[in-house]
Structure formats: structure tokens, C-alpha cells
Design a protein around this ligand. Structure first.
Ligand SMILES: *Cc1c(COP(=O)(O)O)cnc(C)c1O
Length: 232
């Protein structure tokens, strides 16, 4: 089987899972967008994906993302940055990312805004919300009680368009329970920012639970591209 056939088969299965999950929650099949997470996989795979109709790809490391986006500049793709973002790299990320999903602190706003203005095109921003239990150190994601303050600052920043929220279910907890908490946080958020309706949640292992909780985008890596080498 060629790499293209392998990816096409996996992609069909993931699209089928998304369609079934939409149906189970009474949502239209087109309601949920797919972001294929291409971290660790080569630009040649990204090209195959584009050819198979994928419109959105996600990356979590700046250097790898920057190089791949440049290599695939001729493909019609939206690049999502989904990883931990360092403030000294944020302006550079805004040069190629169409969507930055992992904004979780105010320090990132200035450089992202500057990068977007240098590029001359607005960058879509999702705020990453921590779903960790209260009291843990919120390694990635803004604590829910600080979300509205951060949202206010992003909404007021030149070159940034606040589009919604992103979250990752914590390890060791039923994702359905974590995503129910997320849906609740989102309700309060939407009262203040009713236009910021995107919700990026759900990965290879928990996309069904995320869609049931209202996800508008799922970020799927291994179920489409295969298993990655272990993180070092
Ligand atoms: C790697 C990654 C994904 C994709 O995970 P899979 O389990 O391979 O689908 C989704 N979201 C984020 C933030 C990631 O880093």
C-alpha cells in the first residue's frame, strides 16, 4: 500500500467518525472542521493531505512549522499553531500561522499583534483554556477564572481576531467529564464574546466526546498519519 493510500484510508475513517459523532449529537455533518496535526511528519505528507482535500493542518513546534509551511507555500492550506508558544517566537509564528490556537497569556499578545501587522493580514486567535483541576499549576492553558480578562485584551489588539477557545482533555480524567466542564466555561465566554464561536477540542482518542460537548473543530494527528516517534 502506498503512503497516499494509507493516508486516504485513515482520513476516510476519521471523517466517518466525525460524521457519526455529529449525527449522534443531532448536529449537521459539516458542522465540525478537521485540522490534521502534521507534527513529526514530512512536508510530503502535508502535500498528500492537501491533495486529498484537507484544508487545515496543525503544528506544535515553531521551527518545524515554519519550515513546513514554507515548503508547502503553494498548497492551499490554513496553518494552525497548536503548541506551547514562547513570547520571543510569537511574532515569527504570526508570519505563517493563519490560526494561533494556543494563546494562554497576555505576554503573547504584543508580539503576535506585531507579527500579524508585519504580515499585513489578521491572525485568528483561539484562547487555550486549562481543564486541569483547580490548584494544579496550569502548565498549558489559561485558568478559567482568567479567561475573560485575556479575551478582552486579545479583542482589543490590532491584527488579532478573537475566534473562540481551544482545550486539551487532561490525562487521567474521562474526557467527557473534562469537555462538559469546557462547554460550561464556553457558555460564560460566549455571553461576553458572542461572535467567538469556534471550539477546538478533541484529538484521535476523544473526538467523539468533544463533538458531543460542542466542538466545532477537532485536531487529529495519529488517527490520520499513524503513530509518531515518542517525544524526547
Ligand atoms: C499532537 C496534538 C494533537 C493530535 O493528537 P493525536 O492524538 O495524534 O490525534 C492535538 N492537539 C494538540 C494540542 C497536539 O499537540
Amino acid at each position: 500500500m502506498s503512503r497516499r493510500e494509507e493516508i486516504a484510508g485513515n482520513l476516510a475513517q476519521v471523517r466517518e467518525r466525525i460524521a457519526r459523532a455529529c449525527e449522534a449529537s443531532g448536529r449537521a455533518a459539516g458542522d465540525v472542521g478537521l485540522v490534521v496535526v502534521t507534527k513529526f511528519f514530512p512536508a510530503s505528507d502535508v502535500r498528500v493531505l492537501a491533495d486529498l482535500g484537507v484544508t487545515d493542518v496543525g503544528e506544535n513546534r515553531h521551527q518545524e512549522a515554519e519550515a513546513k509551511a514554507a515548503e508547502c507555500a503553494d498548497a492551499e492550506l490554513r496553518w494552525h499553531f497548536i503548541g506551547v508558544l514562547q513570547s520571543n517566537k510569537a511574532a515569527a509564528v504570526a508570519h505563517y500561522a493563519d490560526v494561533v490556537e494556543s494563546v494562554d497569556r497576555a505576554k503573547l499578545i504584543g508580539p503576535l499583534s506585531r507579527g500579524a501587522q508585519e504580515r499585513g493580514r489578521p491572525v485568528d486567535v483561539l484562547l487555550q483554556v486549562s481543564l486541569d483541576p483547580p490548584g494544579s499549576d496550569h502548565r498549558a492553558g489559561v485558568a478559567p477564572d482568567r479567561l475573560l480578562d485575556l479575551a478582552e485584551q486579545v479583542a482589543g489588539a490590532e491584527g488579532l481576531a478573537l475566534r473562540g477557545l481551544m482545550a486539551v482533555a487532561p490525562l487521567g480524567e474521562d474526557p467527557a467529564v473534562a469537555f462538559a466542564r469546557l462547554a460550561d466555561i464556553r457558555l460564560g465566554f460566549l455571553q461576553e464574546h458572542p461572535q467567538a464561536t469556534r471550539l477546538s477540542a478533541g484529538m484521535s482518542g476523544d473526538l467523539e466526546q468533544a463533538i458531543a460537548a460542542g466542538a466545532t473543530h477537532v485536531r487529529v494527528g495519529s488517527a490520520v498519519l499513524g503513530s509518531r516517534p515518542p517525544v524526547h
